[in-house]
Structure formats: C-alpha cells, structure tokens
Ligand binder design. Structure first.
Ligand code: HEM
Length: 320
C-alpha cells in the first residue's frame, strides 16, 4: 500500500477510536452505581459558588484546563510531589488555577456515598455545568464515565493551553487541534463572561493596543501599573458589564472594544468571527445553545474509559 493511503488508514482508525471512546460516555453512567452522585456534587458546588461567586468561574476553567491537556482525565488535579511533576506548575496554571480544595472536598463527600466509583474527571465536568447554572447560565446533560489519569504532563500543559497573547489564527488552530470548531472556540471563549484575570495577562493590551475603548483602558490602569515591578496579580473582571452573571454580555463588550484580554478582542477585530460575536451579542439563546454544544464537545476530548486509567480515591494523587 502506498504510504499516503497507509497514513490515511491510520488516521481513520485513530479517529474511529477517539469517537468510540467519547461514544462510551453516557448520561446514565452512575444511575445504578451511585444514584446520589450528581445531587451531592450539585449541592456542594451551589454552596461554594454562593459563598464566593468567582469560584464558579474557577471551576469552569479547571474543566477546560483538564480537557485540553491529554483529554478530560483530571490530570490537572494531580499535585506535585518530591518525585512527581504535574501540570499545576505549568505557566498557564501556576498562581492561576483555583478551586482545587473545592474539588477535593466534593470528592470526599462523593466517596462517602459511593466508594471509588465516581471519577475526578467526571466531578470536574459536572461541577463546571453546575457552576454555570448557579451563575444564571444554561444547563445541559453531562455525559459521564470518564476515568482518571495516572500521569500528567507539564510540557503538554504549556504547549496545549492557549495563552492570552494568541491571535485569531493561533486560537482557531489550537482549538482545531482538539477537534473543536471555530464556533465552539468563540462560544467557549464566552466562558469569560465570568471570572477574573490578573494584571500580567492584560497589561500589554491596556498600555499598547489601539482596539480598546479609551475609558475602559484608563479605568484598568490605576490597578494595573505599567511597571511590572509594581506587581502582576491585581485583578479585573473578564466581563466588565456583568462580572458574576453567566450571560452574553462578554460579546456585547467585544463589540465596544471592551475585551479584557488580547485573545478576547481578536474575536471581534475585523476577522472571520465578527459575525458569530454579533450573533451571540444580539441573541442570548444562540449563545446558550452554542455554549452547551461546545461544552459537550470539549467534555468529549479523549476520555479514558473501560479499563484505562483508574478511579482515584483522592483527586490530588494517584492511588497507591
Ligand atoms: C480561547 C482561549 C483562552 C485563553 C487565551 C484564555 C486565557 C485566560 C486567562 C489569561 C485567564 C486569566 C488567568 C489569570 O489571570 O490568573 C483566564 C481566566 C478564565 N478563563 Fe480563560 N482562556 C481561554 C479560554 C477559556 C475557555 C474555553 C474557558 C471555559 C469554557 C475559559 C474560562 C475561564 C474562566 C472562567 C476564567 C476566570 C477564572 C477565575 O476567575 O478563577 N477560558 N483565561
């Protein structure tokens, strides 16, 4: 066989295996093995988000940072040890990801109702959904049955998680590498309707970019000085209009040049995604539907199923 057709066959087999793996996920996966799992997670997420709204954003982001690095397998939750380097010290995660204790706490409660049955990867997927719902966003049925990794990769976290300096083409390619469409990419970026960013991630934009509303930039500068020696960690909301509501205002902001990150504003900057942004800004139901579809697609990235991986007893470490 010519090497080109050999390669095509291999690609076809790999794609079939990938879709077979996500095909094994099921919304009823814990219905008999742990009927209380979903209620237990929902109660805990609702409590955590009620006491701090930002936690909903942090939990949504954790699921994203899990799925984009070797699939949705809870690899992001593995803590470094003396002999193990995981993903938490990778640049996009270090000093930035939050909610690890909340997930550990949920896992403890889920273990108390069903021993070693519910994976940490599934807890992340359900907690992301419940966070969005608690902050007023759409709901969806979460497919379940992911298993947890026994490894993690700092290198893959650095390579596969998009930085805020990315342009539209970088973002499109990065999401395409995860089998996500441009529409999925724009819809998922709408996750920035909640949560906050540190100054270091938007400093360059507010001081150097021109496609930014002048008053918006000025209002951010007092808390994010030009000099890096003055600090990097002060926070600003990713959605200046409605910082803790899961709504479509993120897209309305983009139309007014009020995207906080460079990677936000590139979605509405005269390029191929302008019309999608206009649609999501003017039609909340269109955004909700696209976000739900995209979250399910993201949750289907390379799950471990069957006898792959393990069900961790504690989300922060592999079973001994
Ligand atoms: C499109 C590419 C993306 C880039 C470049 C990006 C970049 C960032 C950056 C730089 C931050 C601030 C982190 C910090 O300052 O500590 C952030 C926060 C956040 N991101 Fe993204 N992100 C992207 C996509 C996504 C996706 C797909 C989701 C979820 C669907 C998401 C959800 C969030 C949330 C909710 C926060 C706030 C977290 C918190 O307040 O704890 N992001 N993102």
């Amino acid at each position: 066989m010519a090497s080109a057709s050999c390669l095509m066959l291999l690609v076809a087999v790999a794609m079939a295996m990938a879709s077979a793996a996500s095909g094994q996920l099921s919304s009823t996966f814990y219905d008999t093995s742990c009927p209380k799992a979903l209620d237990t997670i929902k109660t805990a997420v609702t409590a955590a988000v009620s006491s701090e709204a930002r936690m909903g954003a942090s939990l949504l982001r954790l699921h994203f940072h899990d799925c984009f690095v070797d699939g949705c397998d809870a690899s992001v939750l593995l803590a470094d040890t003396g002999s193990f380097v995981g993903e938490q010290t990778a640049a996009p995660n270090a000093g930035s990801i939050r909610g690890l204790n909340v997930i550990d706490n949920i896992k403890t409660q889920v273990e108390a109702v069903c021993k070693q049955t519910v994976s940490c990867a599934d807890i992340l997927a359900v907690a992301a959904r419940d966070s969005v719902v608690t902050l007023g966003g759409p709901s969806w049925t979460v497919l379940l049955g992911r298993r947890d990794s026994t490894t993690a990769s700092k290198t893959n976290a650095e390579n596969d998680l998009p930085p805020p300096t990315f342009d539209l083409k970088n973002l499109t390619d990065n999401f395409a590498n995860k089998q996500l469409s441009v529409t999925d990419m724009v819809a998922l970026s709408g996750g920035h309707t909640i949560g906050q960013s540190q100054c270091l991630n938007f400093r360059d934009r507010i001081y150097n970019e021109t496609n930014i509303d002048a008053a918006f930039a000025a209002s951010l500068k007092s808390n994010c000085p030009r000099s890096t020696s003055s600090g990097n960690t002060s926070l600003a909301p990713l959605d200046v209009a409605t910082p803790t509501a899961f709504d479509n205002k993120y897209f309305v902001n983009l139309q007014a040049n009020k995207g906080l990150l460079h990677s936000d504003q590139v979605l509405f900057n005269g390029g191929g995604t302008d019309n999608t942004v206009r649609n999501f800004a003017s039609n909340p139901a269109a955004f909700s539907a696209a976000f739900v579809t995209a979250m399910v697609n993201m949750g289907n990235i390379a799950p471990k199923t069957g006898s792959q991986g393990q069900i961790r007893l504690s989300c922060s470490k592999v079973n001994s």
